[in-house]
Write a protein that binds this ligand. Structure first.
Ligand code: COA
Length: 187
């Protein structure tokens, strides 16, 4: 895996060493973000499986997402390999709200705002959307950082409300509070 396109304007002390020997700045990973095709569904499943923290859904569901929901999903491709994905859909009762279901980035590609760029791409492709909602467990610090930073970049407010509570789940799953990002500035 090779990271290209050094961007020295945003390098910071929190940069992370990546395979290939480079230590690129936060926004410097030169990768392609695009809607998935059916053929990407299997890799979306793999990234979810390897993420270490996502609920892994059936492989069939990732094929559905890649095939039927490509307008509201994205993959991040580096050197021809999927290294991250985002899945989501417009809320059926309010299509001005984008529900972000899952976002994951392979361990080796983390720390370079790949997740933020996936969110940028999907929201910029949905001009009718004015808010983003997602659920994030209390302890998922990395994910919370992604949404806090993204909301700030877009001049939006981020609030947290009750989402799916522990008692809703049949299997001991922890609560999933709902993050609501409103007032998104268009880039
Ligand atoms: C959450 C996740 C998608 C973030 O992706 P990313 O592209 O690395 O995001 P960022 O580069 O913006 O980093 C976000 C935070 O991750 C942490 N981070 C940074 N580099 C990291 C690394 N190499 N490894 C692990 N975490 C790292 C930091 O806390 C960072 O915030 P900071 O820069 O303000 O310190 C990714 O960590 C992941 O796939 N996690 C597992 C799946 C998951 O929990 N998804 C969210 C729930 S749907």
């Amino acid at each position: 895996m090779v990271f290209r396109g050094m961007n020295t304007t945003e390098s910071s002390s929190s940069d992370h060493q990546v395979p290939g020997g480079a230590t690129p700045g936060r926004d410097s990973v030169d990768l392609q973000i695009r809607p998935p095709a059916l053929a990407d569904g299997g890799e979306m499943w793999r990234v979810a499986r390897d993420s270490g923290s996502l609920d892994l859904n059936s492989s069939y569901s990732y094929l559905l997402l890649a095939d039927h929901f490509s307008d509201t999903c994205r993959v991040a491709v580096l050197d021809g390999r999927v290294v991250g994905f985002l899945s989501g859909y417009l809320l059926p009762r309010d299509p001005s709200r984008f529900f972000l279901w899952q976002v994951a980035v392979d361990d080796a590609a983390r720390g370079h705002r790949v997740a933020g760029r996936l969110v940028d791409s999907v929201i910029d492709g949905l001009p009718g959307v004015d808010s983003l909602v997602t659920t994030v467990t209390e302890d998922n610090t990395s994910s919370r950082r992604v949404f806090q930073r993204w909301a700030a970049e877009r001049g939006a407010t981020l609030s947290e409300v009750t989402g799916f509570e522990a008692e809703h789940f049949p299997d001991g799953h922890e609560a999933e509070p709902l993050l609501v990002i409103e007032g998104i500035r268009r880039s």
